[in-house]
Design a protein around this ligand. Structure first.
Ligand SMILES: [Zn+2]
Length: 442
């Protein structure tokens, strides 16, 4: 299928120009800046033409999420690979990494491959399941990693993570990091110490949402020390405190000399929501997330870190839960369908960040962390994973509109600016709000 976007604003990490873009055979075939060649304007026949002249619509590389929970296998009441993929595609994502805290845990290549091929058959996104750092996420045994080699993991696994669990035993964590280094894989590390501070706070009758500031900071320090020791590529998941930002800033300065690579991510909710909304949502129920929402000063530090490049990527930590689970205090928010709009509203519309920079954070940088060099930017022969957005469209987030099976979003009822109109995956339209729209011909 040939797809031609006419007179659209083209934005990626290095470009912000008006032009036209041709998609063919799953790839970007041509990009024409400013002038549209006459033959392109006339190219009829089998092509689908999307005329964006007179609009401020933006065509960008599809987003790449380093951190999502698909809950598959094991928790169909919360989400399935199918519903999460649909949520991702409608949020403008083309590639997603799903975490291993499923039932059974994703700690073997067989299960990872099965999930990946199910996603491939579905054709909405590319899925890269992570493998757990320890067998069954029990924190004891790394034998499942020792059995692997870089060749067999091939295109299936591109990241290791114990996600929300800490590997408490230093020896086991060290061994896991050594294995990751041998396999050439980055490790996404969720910095807390298993919630001891949370439990203490609960026992003391304090709201759990105030926990874990110290835990996050100390756990960040610990894993940075082990990264320097093992030479692994460490990727810090969902940074949320200003102190952790500072630790990462300092560690990054010395990381090259010490022989390790350090990257990190922040979530849309940590960038856009302060702890104030936790009380409205319920600190022990709908407002609960790990790490908790922090203060305005933390958000200020995160935004500065995003601007200065200390934070490399925006990742959703999409964490679907049923209403009953949230009422019981299950931590996490869904995020795939609101990520772009939330970041666009909080960062771009507020003039903290250019759209180019947001594209780097949501597409180019996460692709590079996963060593996926064929996507995340606009260039001839790059993968045609694209998203068409309307940056000025305002919309109110409605519970009923989620494609996810869950609706535990902190943005419900909020007015956001920026909306995904269409998502292209491998050259195919997989999400489309423009059907029957007069600008679409063919
Ligand atoms: Zn997570």
């Amino acid at each position: 299928m040939k797809l031609i976007f006419h007179q659209v604003r083209l934005v990626d990490h290095s470009m912000d120009r008006r032009g036209s873009l041709v998609v063919e055979d799953g790839h970007i075939r041509e990009i024409h800046i400013d002038e549209v060649p006459a033959d392109l304007a006339k190219a009829g026949g089998a092509a689908i033409h999307i005329d964006c002249s007179g609009t401020d619509w933006v065509l960008m590389p599809a987003f790449v999420d380093l951190h999502a929970h698909f809950r598959d296998p094991g928790f169909p009441e919360k989400e399935s690979l199918e519903s999460a993929s649909l949520a991702a595609a409608s949020g403008g994502f083309g590639t997603v990494v799903c975490m291993a805290n499923t039932k059974p845990v994703i700690d073997n290549l067989d299960l990872a491959r099965k999930l990946q091929s199910r996603a491939e058959r579905l054709g909405l996104i590319d899925l890269f399941p992570v493998l757990a750092l320890s067998r069954n996420m029990e924190g004891h045994d790394t034998g499942h990693l020792e059995a692997l080699d870089a060749k067999t993991i091939g295109g299936t696994v591109r990241l290791l993570s114990e996600d929300g669990k800490d590997v408490a035993d230093d020896r086991v964590l060290r061994k896991a990091l050594h294995e990751a280094r041998r396999l050439g894989l980055p490790v996404s590390y969720h910095c807390d110490w298993g919630g001891k501070e949370a439990e203490d706070a609960k026992k003391a009758g304090l709201p759990r949402c105030i926990w874990s500031r110290l835990e996050e900071n100390l756990a960040t320090e610990r894993v940075l020390a082990l990264a320097a020791e093992t030479g692994v590529h460490i990727h810090i998941a969902h940074v949320s405190t200003k102190e952790a930002v500072e630790l990462i800033r300092r560690a990054r300065k010395g990381s090259a000399a010490q022989g390790f690579r350090l990257t990190c991510e922040a979530t849309p909710h940590h960038l856009a929501c302060t702890e104030e909304i936790v009380d409205q949502l319920g600190p022990e129920s709908y407002g609960r997330v790990n790490p908790p929402l922090r203060t305005a000063a933390d958000i200020g530090a995160l935004i500065e870190a995003v601007q200065s490049g200390i934070i490399d990527a925006i990742a959703t930590d999409h964490a679907p839960h049923t209403e009953a689970d949230k009422a019981q205090g299950a931590p996490g928010f869904i995020g795939l369908e609101t990520a772009f709009a939330a970041c666009h509203t909080a960062l771009v519309a507020e003039r903290h960040l250019s759209l180019k920079k947001l594209s780097a954070l949501m597409s180019r940088n996460p692709s590079r962390i996963l060593r996926l060099e064929d996507r995340g930017f606009l260039a001839p022969w790059a993968r045609a994973d694209l998203v068409l957005v309307d940056p000025s469209a305002e919309w109110t987030v409605q519970k009923e509109d989620f494609k996810s099976r869950s609706s535990n979003s902190p943005f419900i009822g909020q007015r956001l600016q920026g909306r995904v109109l269409m998502t292209i995956h491998r050259g195919n339209i997989v999400y489309d709000t423009l059907t029957n729209y007069p600008r679409r011909i063919g």
